[in-house]
Design a protein around this ligand. Structure first.
Ligand SMILES: *[C@@H]1O[C@H](CO)[C@@H](O)[C@H](O)[C@H]1NC(C)=O
Ligand SMILES: *[C@@H]1O[C@H](CO)[C@@H](O)[C@H](O)[C@H]1NC(C)=O
Ligand SMILES: *[C@@H]1O[C@H](CO)[C@@H](O)[C@H](O)[C@H]1NC(C)=O
Length: 484
């Protein structure tokens, strides 16, 4: 609206180098940026470089006219968002509040471990992955803050997707044991998933040993992991966690790419965070790298800000806790600014609960907020020709042939006046690595006003995001996530 106000807005400093994979020309287009009055100026340049193939856009292959692999990955993201909405709605008071357990650990001495987190692009997923040790083998798993149970594919597999690492074979791990259905972990699993050990009766006859604890996790439409609950040694960057409870999945299907499974970093009892409460004190943080940078970010377990490389002070917003919230991390969103302009703050009247999630890609907003944000983007980008929608992204521009593009900055505002500026590379999604003919606003609308907005990983790049489950707060700081 009052774009004149931009003139008085303080200039932000943003350096943007968005690398587009070179086409047959062998060159790399770079979108360089500088910030002017709440906007980022992209300068489209053409560099010649030999390193284009591994530093492509979000899709591994070339995208063909709006479909292709990236489109499929974004469609599965939409399915995940719907599935999360159903899960949010389904969580009742089944989940035990974990505050008393947490208090018991509060005094424990905390350790710290740091695990590299990388883009899963090479494993055909737009999610982030980390490699952990389990029972002596290695597993590269998706880092997921909306999941409770960690699971890996297990031999012998009834139905497994192709994975990069060798399949985990329980028979080759002396420290492995399946958990019986009368174990407390099996009870916790039933609470978490609302299932009762696949409906099996536990125990049976007196002289029979109790059967093992089966699990079924359903994540997205048609996507699942099934197997038995087990425990084994988990190694996180040299730090061993004995008796770590996880799912040994013998039947798994979904958009897990070439990963071995999933790391559950949610709030509930069986998550990695809850299980390592005495080692790491219930605090973890991550810094997600730009996919195109090819570098590693970091997942830090434990509370020691000295290992962060944040360039701005950490600001904390209150985690919205509620025993009915399931494994999700909620915070209160109070506003969004686009290019320095407040977007219809009344939509947040006064705050809207949102989930912050490492496993969702594109941030999804309730329809009224999305349309206000979209309208503001359209008005600030009015000079650029529009392009067709791409998958779940409905606001696209054709930037072919332009040498300079002004991209408005995007700021998310949370309770307590906490402002989080989205990295300039988290604002737009470049569909094709070959040119700039379809560059889309990297946000999507939810179906219903009653849905819960989800802040996805595309908008969390180059930030240190700190989850302090005991202090019940979520922290943010700018950080360049290029650790290796
Ligand atoms: C589970 O059942 C077995 C055999 O019935 C029994 O020996 C064991 O103590 C039970 N474990 C728990 C945690 O109840
Ligand atoms: C979040 O917002 C709701 C609705 O405005 C409010 O009732 C609640 O107290 C807020 N929670 C926190 C932790 O700020
Ligand atoms: C994008 O714009 C360029 C230059 O104006 C034009 O040649 C091209 O056909 C457009 N591409 C699409 C997909 O609309």
């Amino acid at each position: 609206m009052a774009r004149g106000a931009c003139v008085v807005a303080a200039a932000l400093l943003l350096i943007l180098l968005l690398i587009l994979a070179g086409g047959q020309g062998g060159g790399v287009h770079c979108l360089r940026s500088r910030a002017v009055s709440g906007a980022t100026v992209l300068e489209l340049r053409h560099h010649s470089s030999g390193s284009s193939s591994s530093s492509g856009g979000p899709s591994r292959g070339k995208s063909r006219g709006g479909g292709g692999e990236a489109g499929g990955l974004l469609a599965s993201d939409a399915a995940r968002v719907s599935s999360l909405q159903r899960r949010v709605a389904s969580y009742g008071p089944r989940i035990r509040p974990s505050s008393s357990a947490a208090a018991a650990f509060a005094a424990a001495e905390s350790k710290l471990t740091q695990v590299p987190v990388t883009s899963g692009a090479k494993l055909r997923t737009l999610n982030y992955v980390a490699t952990v040790g389990i029972g002596g083998g290695e597993a590269t798993v998706i880092v997921d803050t909306a999941s409770e149970l960690t699971w890996v594919q297990c031999a012998p597999c009834d139905s497994c997707h192709d994975q990069q690492d060798p399949l985990f074979d329980p028979a080759s791990s002396p420290s492995y044991a399946a958990l019986p259905c009368n174990s407390s972990s099996c009870d916790a699993l039933q609470l978490a998933t609302g299932t009762s050990g696949s409906g099996q009766t536990c125990g049976g006859a007196d002289d029979q040993p109790p059967s093992s604890c089966s699990y079924t996790l359903s994540y997205r439409d048609g996507s699942y992991s099934r197997g038995v609950l087990a425990h084994d040694r988990l190694s996180l960057a040299g730090e061993d966690i004995e008796g770590f409870v996880f799912g040994c999945g013998t039947s798994n299907q979904g958009p897990f790419g070439g990963t071995s499974g999933l790391m559950g970093l949610g709030r509930s009892q069986l998550s990695l965070i809850s299980q390592t409460m005495d080692q790491f004190g219930g605090v973890f943080s991550y810094c997600l790298p730009l996919k195109e940078s090819g570098t590693s970010g970091s997942l830090v377990l434990g509370d020691d800000s000295s290992v962060y490389r944040n360039s701005t002070p950490i600001v904390y917003t209150t985690m919205v806790t509620d025993p009915t919230q399931g494994p999700f991390y909620f915070l209160n969103m109070t506003g969004i600014t686009v290019g320095g302009e407040d977007v219809e703050p009344s939509a947040f009247s006064p705050a809207a609960k949102a989930i912050i999630d490492s496993g969702t890609i594109i941030t999804s907003l309730v329809p009224s907020v999305y349309s206000a944000v979209r309208a503001e983007f359209l008005s600030q980008l009015a000079e650029y020709p529009q392009a067709p929608a791409f998958s779940i992204l409905d606001t696209c521009f054709n930037l072919t042939g332009l040498s300079v593009v002004q991209v408005p900055s995007l700021k998310l505002v949370f309770d307590g006046g906490v402002e989080v500026e989205v990295d300039s590379k988290g604002v737009l999604y470049v569909v094709s690595g070959d040119d700039a003919s379809q560059v889309c606003l990297a946000l999507a609308p939810l179906k219903s006003e009653y849905d819960t907005s989800i802040i996805g990983n595309y908008q969390q790049k180059n930030l240190r995001v700190i989850f302090d489950t005991l202090g019940s707060q979520i922290g943010f700081a700018q950080e360049t996530c290029d650790y290796v």
